[in-house]
Design a binder for this molecule. Structure first.
Ligand code: URA
Length: 225
């Protein structure tokens, strides 16, 4: 039997707002499956969902709690904590939609907004095409969902739009499966108060702005192959 020790990432060089999942051999095995170009769609769905679930749970760890005292069935008083404040998800279309089910699995009846950002062909800048948010989004913590942080352009535009809707920067938690170091650094310089939960930080970007080694086009892998 061969076992691989957990790999540790150079987290000390990461911006303080970035949190990776524990880089265990188990997690690496999940990533190896979804990165493999020969993995079929059914397995891609199953294993990417497992990672999404871990990411959502880690994202929820960053929400504040308040003291809460309850009584247990044994008649004891227990001084615990309860969740403070309301949350919502916002998925960046279309790939971010794939993460909605994972959020719903752990947060029953959570409200989920959507945002569509595409490249403006004239300016080459990310442009907002559509957004729909819960009306009280400014009072909620927002879990922003997008599987791949490549250049960071779409995510930064999404943060800009959320802040225009009154969401404070430090109430946004951005969750993604794979980040590029350059996208991560650009994003964190612009929005240092947004917490970024990422499953894995890859080597970089290729000339087409795909993450390498990456997993290819997440939307294609998830919906089409
Ligand atoms: N979006 C993807 O789906 N894959 C990448 O590598 C980069 C952006």
């Amino acid at each position: 039997m061969s076992s691989k020790a957990p790999t540790s990432q150079a987290t000390s060089s990461l911006p303080p707002s970035v949190f990776t999942l524990p880089q265990t051999a188990q997690l690496e095995a999940l990533y190896t499956i979804i990165r493999d170009k020969n993995t079929r769609r059914g397995d891609f769905l199953f294993y990417s969902d497992r990672i999404i679930r871990l990411l959502v749970e880690e994202g929820l760890n960053h929400l504040p709690v308040v003291p809460k005292t309850i009584e247990t069935p044994t008649g004891c008083s227990y001084e615990g904590v309860g969740f403070e404040g309301k949350i919502c998800g916002v998925s960046i279309l279309r790939a971010g939609e794939a993460m909605e089910a994972g959020l719903r699995e752990v947060c029953r009846s959570v409200r989920i907004g959507k945002i569509l950002i595409q490249r403006d062909e004239e300016t080459a800048q990310p442009k907002l095409f559509y957004s729909k948010f819960p009306p009280d989004i400014a009072q909620r913590y927002v879990l922003l969902l997008d599987p791949m942080l490549a250049t960071g352009g779409s995510a930064m535009k999404a943060i800009e739009v959320l802040m225009e809707h009154g969401v404070p920067e430090d109430r946004i938690i951005f969750i993604n499966l794979i980040s590029s170091p350059e996208g991560l650094n650009t994003f964190c310089k612009k929005y240092p108060l947004v917490r970024v939960i990422t499953g894995w930080i890859d080597q970089g970007l290729n000339e087409k702005a795909y993450i390498i080694p990456g997993l290819g086009d997440f939307g294609e892998r998830r919906y089409c192959s």
